[in-house]
Design a protein around this ligand. Structure first.
Ligand code: XMP
Length: 327
């Protein structure tokens, strides 16, 4: 049987009982596959890699080595949460790399969106490879591949290997315990494994992170403004009960300024653009009619709390013709 094909009769995991049965089954399978060897995992903090990490910690404990690369383009508090949950609460063998300077130095002056993606993706592989070489005795690489990745990779839409691109001498045997699951099932399994709701129900976040929302050539001051504005937006959406109701929401800080007035004097500061979308498959998307009072509150907070910003805009454009991200 093709191990990459979901059996027709496989029950959809919708309850804690079904999740626990899946977890027990996978723990046995992982132990049988891995034995007493070490497994490496790139832990981004996304839903899929987090669930795989929690599952492997249950199965093989500290034989799992998680590497979290902070590329400096994470949202506010995100890397801290990965360390808190995995190292402090789950006792993971976690290597935390703050590679912020490395990434931001490489990105300095790079304005083209696809060139930025290439720099971020390429540098990620290099940092991960360097760490992998420092740890002896690794024979396996765990990945948060899920079923839609396999379907898309079969169709040739995208390669499903999350850390594809490692050099030949670092080719490990793969451990992909959730590869036959759909996203909703991964979330049910994550909850049963005790991961926090904020992690299990995390909205999609692009690999290049805030890098594609700080448009053009990234600068540290604009990135800091973006991170603060994004944190305010997320906090206010949370308070307004919109978590899980709006599919994806974030802010953008473009690389141009506009004139404003503050404390009686002229300023020349950035705008913050709010983006919120609803979609089923991210191929097309609509813009929700957000409550005016909420938009005003978010605007007031951003204008008073975020340095270097003098305007706030709401992007009303559906996909298409606009894409969800600005770059
Ligand atoms: P677009 O902007 O193409 O986004 O309408 C569709 C969905 O994909 C996410 N996205 C990315 N995810 N790497 C990723 O892992 C990327 O380079 C990337 N670009 C866009 C986007 O956040 C949205 O959910």
């Amino acid at each position: 049987m093709d191990s990459n094909k979901r059996p027709e009769n496989m029950t959809r995991i919708t309850t804690p009982e079904l999740a626990n049965a899946f977890i027990a089954e996978q723990i046995a399978a992982i132990k049988a596959q891995v034995g007493d060897k070490k497994v490496l995992l790139a832990l981004s903090g996304g839903v899929d890699s987090s669930v795989v990490a929690a599952l492997l910690i249950k199965a093989i404990g500290r034989q799992l080595v998680c590497v979290h690369v902070n590329h400096g383009l994470m949202r506010k508090g995100e890397s801290e949460q990965v360390v808190k949950v995995f190292r402090d609460q789950l006792g993971a063998n976690l290597v935390y790399i703050d590679a912020t300077d490395r990434f931001l130095d490489k990105l300095a002056g790079v304005a083209d969106p696809e060139a930025k993606r290439k720099v971020i993706g390429g540098e990620f592989i290099r940092v991960f490879e360097e760490e992998a070489r420092k740890i002896s005795g690794i024979e396996f690489l765990a990945q948060g591949t899920i079923y839609p990745d396999i379907i898309e990779s079969d169709k040739g839409v995208k390669a499903h290997h999350n850390v594809g691109g490692l050099p030949e001498d670092l080719k490990f045997e793969l451990v992909e315990p959730v590869k036959l699951l759909f996203k909703d099932e991964v979330r049910v399994v994550g909850t049963a494994l005790g991961l926090p709701a904020s992690m299990v129900h995390r909205q999609p976040f692009p690999g290049p992170g805030l890098g594609v929302r700080c448009t053009g050539a990234i600068t540290r001051d604009r990135l800091a403004a973006l991170r603060e504005a994004d944190a305010i937006l997320r906090e206010e959406f949370d308070k307004a009960g919109l978590v899980g109701k709006v599919w994806q929401y974030f802010t953008i800080v473009p690389d141009y300024r506009s004139t404003g007035v503050r404390n009686g004097g002229r300023v020349f500061d950035w705008p913050v653009i709010i983006r919120a979308v609803n979609t089923v498959d991210a191929m097309s998307a609509t813009v929700p009619e957000l409550d005016w009072a909420l938009l005003k509150k978010i605007t007031d907070r951003i204008l008073s709390e975020v340095t270097g910003v003098c305007r706030v805009l709401y992007d009303l454009s559906p996909k298409g013709p606009a894409t969800i991200e600005w770059e």
